[in-house]
Design a protein around this ligand. Structure first.
Ligand code: ZN
Ligand code: ZN
Length: 280
């Protein structure tokens, strides 16, 4: 039906009350996609968490499960010990993502060290990501996310993100981009209106290719355009508004991509998702 959104829509579900509760939230909102962190702050997941989880989420119609990295990586640090530690943590998270039977693992590249150049930083981050994925038990598709940028943080600009995806893809299969609308806005891309979103997407097509974008994070933002600040808001409560989003949701080339809302839980998740479905 051409009046429906083309992205596979769903929610980021907090795991603070446990994994079954996170899944309950996705199921009660009738999500077709969900995102969660790989482990809780206190206590790892138990074997029985993994057991029932995949069966229940697939039966409930959640086609796409994304795991979002939970630690702040120093993958490009010039300090070998810190970088080594980050690689090991990432390998551990990737191993967990495979146990959750995730369709993808989302991560940020982090920042490079003051004594490095951007190019050196991108190379160190790419090397670290490849190494960690070789250490992990099973390959999970990697989704490298754009960030608000600023300072030495890598992946704010689409050129940087494309360079990183390319560097990892040269040595590993199944590497994609995940594009966050609030981060793009913070990095200076005006995706609020229809025209701005079209301009952004045509850059995405040129630099990354639509087939290499596996997910979008659909967030409004209270931060100022180009502020490099992150301040996710529910749609309609931020500065982006709905016009750019409408364009994105209508694009057929992203039919296989997930669209995840990372905003705080609202009173009615199902209604919010239906509102977005109807927007396209
Ligand atoms: Zn993220
Ligand atoms: Zn995001």
């Amino acid at each position: 039906m051409d009046h429906e959104a083309h992205l596979i829509l769903g929610l980021h579900c907090p795991v603070v009350s446990g994994f079954p509760a996170a899944l309950d939230r996705a199921l009660s909102a009738r999500c077709r996609a969900m995102q969660m962190l790989p482990y809780r702050r206190h206590g790892a997941a138990a074997a029985e968490d993994f057991e029932g989880f995949s069966r229940r989420r697939r039966r409930g119609g959640v086609k796409v499960l994304l795991i979002h990295s939970r630690f702040v990586p120093s993958l490009a640090s010039s300090d070998p010990a810190r970088r080594r530690r980050s690689i090991e943590l990432l390998a551990g998270e990737l191993t967990l993502a495979a146990r959750w039977e995730a369709e993808g693992f989302v991560l940020h590249a982090g920042a490079y060290s003051p004594q490095e150049t951007l190019d050196q930083g991108l190379r160190l981050a790419a090397d670290a990501i490849v190494e960690a994925s070789l250490m992990a038990s099973k390959p999970v598709p990697l989704l490298l996310e754009n960030v608000p940028g600023g300072g030495r943080r890598m992946g704010g600009g689409l050129e940087e993100l494309a360079a990183l995806v390319e560097a990892v893809a040269a040595r590993r299969k199944d590497v994609f981009a995940c594009l966050d609308t609030a981060h793009a806005w913070a990095a200076g891309y005006d995706v609020s209106g229809a025209e701005g979103m079209l301009r952004f997407l045509s850059r995405v097509h040129r630099l990354l290719g639509a087939q290499n974008v596996a997910a979008f994070h659909l967030n409004d933002s209270r931060a100022l355009l180009g502020s490099h600040r992150e301040d996710h808001a529910r749609w309609g409560e931020g500065r982006l508004g709905l016009e750019g989003l409408r364009v994105l949701l209508g694009r057929e080339e992203y039919a296989a991509a997930a669209g995840i809302l990372e905003t705080p839980p609202g009173p009615d998740d199902a209604a919010e998702l239906s509102r977005l479905e109807a927007l396209a």
